[in-house]
Design a protein around this ligand. Structure first.
Ligand code: MRU
Length: 348
């Protein structure tokens, strides 16, 4: 079975970064283009570009665009510029580790010895393009491995958007669902709307509808009820950071779904490339992004409460390892005990 790339949210076009502004979906398909790392940084902050792998790839492309377009004729000046771009891009979002992984990978090339500006530019651009290409390859490999966990007739619940729109193309958890569909499995998807930014309702529904994959939309607070009715065969979600202990940091609401899944004996699978795995950080040190209270006080810009009500808006939560059935990576499917098996897969 050949997998296809039907949606490209990020591209490198003549030395510029091109992205699909996903804040406008599903109503308008608007593409933007820039060679400025500041523009890309703002696009990540505004969530025009979002999803853990996608923000990593976008940051790498932004560093490459800065270097590619700079008039500077010395490697020292180009290096300085690349480091400035990296520092700015690091400050966009704190939780998804793919961002830091991609930036650090770019900085290793930036630091590598060469005194020829053209050679330097070529190395930096090549590295960014490799990061983008490898992300798509990892997604397709996870699709192959993960679709083995899906049976004909399964009803799969997913959260947020983990599709082509959250990556360089194809997707993580939604990539697995897409792969199973391409392989001819008759599956159905239940997508949670994913308040406050509605990535499920706006993006996952759009992606699945585009491919003709049957999808049913529910609000986030319906998950327990829907599972207790026995209609969910499996849960597949993505991750923004997976710790060496097996803790899964993902879109707010994931933890609640994992608890409901355990209560109803529904397998709970996490799909993420190894660039999402963080063997260094202990669970207490993970920074959970707190976003603007306006996202909670409004729905798509329209007020739904008193303008000054106190709100909480953590963008992610932490699912403990005991609620996770398995983790699908491009290097293999990882089962408990995670403390041993995650490190083995990452290092091996
Ligand atoms: O805040 P977002 O939209 O960037 O959060 C995205 C998610 O939580 C996804 O589930 C996660 O990035 C993994 S998907 C590739």
């Amino acid at each position: 079975v050949r997998y296809k790339l039907t949606i490209r949210p990020l591209e490198w076009v003549n030395g510029r970064v091109k992205w699909l502004d996903v804040t406008r979906l599903p109503f308008e398909e608007v593409y933007k283009e820039s060679s400025s790392y500041e523009d890309v940084a703002r696009a990540i902050e505004r969530m025009e570009i979002r999803g853990a792998p996608a923000i990593g790839v976008a940051a790498a492309l932004a560093i490459a665009a800065a270097v590619y377009n700079a008039a500077a004729d010395s490697v020292d000046k180009l290096r300085e510029l690349a480091r400035r771009a990296a520092e700015r891009l690091r400050r966009t979002r704190p939780t998804a580790v793919n961002l830091f992984w991609a930036i650090n990978r770019m900085l290793r090339v930036v630091d590598s010895a060469t005194s020829d500006p053209e050679e330097f530019r070529r190395r930096v651009v090549d590295e960014a393009l490799s990061i983008m290409r490898e992300d798509i390859e990892a997604n397709m490999r996870m699709g192959e491995l993960g679709s083995k966990l899906i049976d004909d007739g399964d009803v799969i619940l997913t959260h947020c958007n983990t599709g082509a729109l959250a990556t360089a193309g194809f997707g993580t958890a939604l990539g697995v669902i897409r792969a199973a569909w391409y392989e001819g499995k008759k599956i159905r998807v239940i997508a949670t709307e994913t308040r406050p930014v509605l990535q499920g309702a706006r993006l996952t529904v759009w992606e699945l509808a585009k491919e003709g994959i049957p999808v049913t939309l529910i609000t986030d607070n319906m998950v327990g009820h829907v599972m207790s009715g026995g209609i969910v065969s499996k849960v597949f979600v993505g991750a923004d950071r997976i710790l060496g202990t097996g803790h899964v940091i993902n879109k707010i609401g994931t933890y609640m779904i994992a608890i409901a899944a355990q209560r109803h004996r529904v397998p709970f699978y996490v799909v993420a490339p190894t660039s999402t795995i963080d063997l260094e950080t202990p669970v207490d040190s993970v920074v959970i992004e707190e976003r603007s209270p306006e996202e909670v006080r409004t729905v798509m810009g329209r007020p739904i409460t008193l303008p000054d009500v106190d709100v909480m808006n953590p963008a992610f939560d932490i699912t403990p390892p005991e609620l996770v059935t398995a983790i699908v990576t491009e290097k293999g499917v990882i089962y408990p005990p995670y403390r041993e098996n995650i490190a083995k897969v990452v290092k091996g």
